[in-house]
Design a protein around this ligand. Sequence first.
Ligand code: TYM
Length: 337
Amino acid sequence: MEASVAPKRPVIFSGIQPTGIFTLGNYLGAIKNWAPLQEENDCIYSIVDEHAITVRQDPAKLRESALRALAVLIACGIDPKKSILFIQSHVPAHAQLSWVLSCYCQFGELGRMTQFKDKSQKNADNINAGLFTYPALMAADILLYQTNLVPVGEDQKQHLELSRDIAQRFNHLHGDTFAIPEPYIPKVGARIMSLQEPQKKMSKSDANVNAFITVLDDEDTILRKFKRAVTDSEAEVAYREGKDGVNNLMTIYSVVTGKGFEEIEREFAGKGYGDFKLAVGQAVADHMKPVREEFQRLYADKAYLKEVYREGAEHAAHLARRTLDKVYRKVGFVPAK
Ligand code: TYM
């Protein structure tokens, strides 16, 4: 009797830049969703250090951040036995496919990317070519693995749409080559805002440390930052337009406790913002405590981390090579072997 072949599981890919310590925004918008997806899908997660150098980095700090990122992701529940976890620069196919895809992507399309516009404003003295072609590398990350689903926060939606356009264009010209990836963006938590300027996205590069919570902040720091969070002068815990600060805190509270907005409004009816901010801070501190503790343990074990990233890269390189070979053939390169 023929052995039955298991149906192919959906492929998930996502990446995160190792620039500084991840924020609560990174966690709630993306990482938190990565672990549960491992059960029913083939997941591939990457620490995208090649993307990070589009902005000038201190080399020693970048190396340290990449290792720390690896330990954080494992502490957040990504199991290297279930998922492929690797560092982007260890798999050359990313840079190789990126070059090809940059030839299938228009100058005008890249110029419309809001992240490029934002980052070139913030780094006016270093608007390098890599910052501009960044989305071609991101498309390569995703398309190399025949990815079906990409779990990201709201700010990556535009890049993902461009990845889809590039894949469709290539398939149209050369025949079926890439799977067309779909975004996987959470309904609540896809855009966590700064605690100090709630019209702005929470970002790890914010100069004001009170604007963001990192996944490694201790309880006192978390409580203090939430206590200082900007709200409004109404003293009413309600989710509605114009209450950006309160809406953001309600969103954070909702994602970490699983409570809906109406339930939260009832819970804090007649109470002041002081009680509310304390409750949000405490819920976040409790939620993140196991991650912080597990991180300390993992980060101390450098031999284990090395084993994880080596094995991850080996697996990833094997899968990526298959797609890259196909692409090279389709565009007309002479096979090396
Ligand atoms: P990066 O490193 O800026 O962020 C990693 C993930 O965190 C999400 N995120 C947020 N979600 C909610 N609220 C926020 N304030 C917030 N800030 C960040 C991001 O949406 C992202 O999902 N270009 C990507 C990295 C990347 C990638 C990829 C992602 C490279 N290749 C391929 C997916 C697939 C980036 O800069 O993410």
